[in-house]
Design a protein around this ligand. Structure first.
Ligand code: SF4
Ligand code: MG
Length: 275
């Protein structure tokens, strides 16, 4: 049995993802990272919201929660506080995590709660109808931007860093082996980790914007990604239109569950009433 089969829920196959979609590549990278980390499947929980990528937890044999649109981080926060020993991985898309769930995103980062968010960025709402999302680039077409997007997109990683995340990385579906290292690092890091992954959505985003099929979209990633150490040697003009990948930011800061436990021990130790 290969390493993927031992973690997949066979009866849930076939999956719903389109031919050429990047989600399966990220799923395999995630399974390789978990396999290397040797986390017991009983001690790992995957939580997702709504969207194409958010179907992922249904396909894997861990503790899994498929929750409501935008609320994966809120469910995961409650789970982590109740079971702080568990490794909690949150699967979310760009619309799910940054529009509907944008408040949960910034506050999970501010708290520095020990969750690992894998943010599948396909630049659009794929499953729910092709609407523009907070990462749709300027001028790109969407069902809700038929003449081109005029709202500037979020830079996911800069937003995560500014809000307080302590491990921030970006990868692409094309750079699959780099991706499992980025995910592994995020799970190891004790605090809020964000791994943004650029994934091709040839069916909804690619077709509407004439970007070609899944292979063409992966080729674009191959040609336009610049690893962060190489990027530091380039000037801003040379980086125009490029995607900087790798671990972009790390920091050490108190983690929320530890702080909560410390506070409760202090309050209970003094005989004070709990909150
Ligand atoms: Fe993937 Fe896009 Fe198809 Fe959704 S609609 S499964 S994101 S290719
Ligand atoms: Mg999306």
């Amino acid at each position: 049995m290969n390493i993927y089969e031992q973690y997949l829920r066979g009866p849930m196959m076939p999956h719903i993802w389109c031919s050429g979609c990047g989600n399966g590549i990220v799923l395999k990278a995630l399974l390789r990272a978990i396999h290397r980390l040797n986390v017991s499947r009983d001690d790992l929980c995957m939580v997702s919201g709504i969207g194409c990528s958010s179907r992922l937890p249904g396909y894997v044999d861990f503790n899994t929660l498929h929750t409501t649109h935008g609320r994966a981080l809120a469910f995961a926060t409650g789970l982590k506080l109740a079971r702080p020993h568990m490794t909690v991985v949150v699967i979310s898309g760009d619309g799910d995590a940054l529009a509907i769930g944008g408040n949960h995103f910034i506050h999970a980062a501010r708290r520095n709660i020990d969750l690992t968010l894998i943010l599948f960025n396909n630049f659009i709402y794929g499953m729910t109808g092709g609407q523009c999302s907070p990462t749709t680039p300027l001028e790109r077409l969407a069902t809700t931007a038929p003449y081109g997007q005029i709202e500037p997109p979020f830079d996911v990683c800069r937003l995560a860093e500014a809000a307080g995340a302590t491990y921030v990385a970006r990868g692409t579906a094309y750079h699959a082996s780099q991706l499992d290292r980025l995910i592994e690092g995020g799970i190891r890091s004790r605090g809020f980790s964000v791994i943004e992954v650029l994934v091709p959505c040839p069916t909804i985003y690619g077709r509407r914007n004439r970007l070609g099929d899944g292979v063409a979209m992966l080729k674009w990633q191959k040609e336009n990604a610049v690893e962060v150490r190489a990027a530091r040697k380039l000037d801003p003009n040379e980086l125009e239109g490029k995607v900087v990948t790798g671990v972009l930011f790390t920091a050490q800061r108190p983690e929320y569950c530890q702080e909560y436990e410390r506070m409760m021990a202090r309050v209970q130790g003094k005989g004070e009433r709990g909150l």
